[in-house]
Write a protein that binds this ligand. Structure first.
Ligand code: ZN
Length: 253
């Protein structure tokens, strides 16, 4: 019986570590206390807040968790709560500069960031994004408009910005052995909004022209639809997740 109990805690530590990096450690410490859940929440919150100052010593800084004018901020508080909003200073600068430039063309445009990276340790992947392991990668939300063609500032079709796919032709065969999920059954759950092409295109143009950006992933059908030709915008391959629900960018350092 004790063995099963220990196995349960190991599982909790693994899940919390995979989801939040710091949660597993917080759970291990909380095991020594009586009010375990409350203690866990307290320790996790303390570790998360302390990381805002400690992580920069190791080369990662947090993105803005709260929206403010002309700046990039995370799309959902969930990403900050789970410590998935850390990037290198260069990537943060790219995102902030892009957000600021975007508003010179579109004053109402809000650049929203999805999953970025954990606060510590290179080669620690932010699942399910295998490549988000060094703070140099972040995902950006697409821009949307409602049925009347009105831009919806800061809004995404799915609550976390992922898995609301734009349909288009693909050369990828359906495969069970890849991360290329379609989630067909989920699509009807999202509001009937369309891609807001002008702001999405301008964002991709700004990122493509930025020397600090090494590459950008979107699906080829989106690149074609938006009339983009820059070679820094590439296809991520058939084995990786679909990139017609978000934009993936990678900074040089
Ligand atoms: Zn990504």
């Amino acid at each position: 019986m004790k063995f099963i109990k220990a196995g349960g805690h190991i599982l909790i530590v693994i899940i919390l570590t995979v989801l939040t990096q710091l949660g597993g450690l917080a759970w291990l410490v909380a095991l020594r206390f009586k009010r375990r859940l409350l203690t866990f929440i307290g320790i996790y919150a303390a570790l998360s807040v302390a990381s805002i100052w400690i992580a920069p010593q190791f080369g990662r800084i947090p993105l803005n968790c709260w929206a403010s004018p002309n700046t990039a901020s995370v799309q959902s508080p969930l990403f900050c709560t789970l410590n998935r909003h850390y990037v290198t200073p260069e990537l943060k600068a790219v995102l902030q500069d892009t957000a600021a430039s975007l508003t010179t063309h579109f004053p109402d445009a809000k650049l929203r960031v999805l999953d970025a990276g954990f606060p510590y340790i290179n080669d620690f992947p932010l699942l399910p994004h295998l490549s988000h392991h060094d703070g140099r990668k972040a995902d950006i939300a697409l821009f949307y408009e409602d049925g009347t063609g009105t831009y919806l500032p800061g809004r995404t079709r799915s609550p976390i910005g992922y898995f609301a796919f734009e349909e288009g032709p693909t050369d990828c065969a359906p495969s069970q052995l890849s991360l290329r999920w379609d989630f067909d059954w989920l699509q009807a759950a999202w509001p009937d909004w369309q891609l807001e092409e002008e702001r999405t295109r301008r964002t991709l143009e700004l990122l493509s022209a930025d020397e600090r950006v090494r590459r950008i992933f979107i699906e080829p059908h989106l690149k074609a639809r938006l009339g983009l030709t820059h070679e820094v915008i590439r296809f991520q391959g058939c084995r990786a997740a679909r990139h017609d629900d978000h934009i993936h960018i990678e900074a040089r350092s």
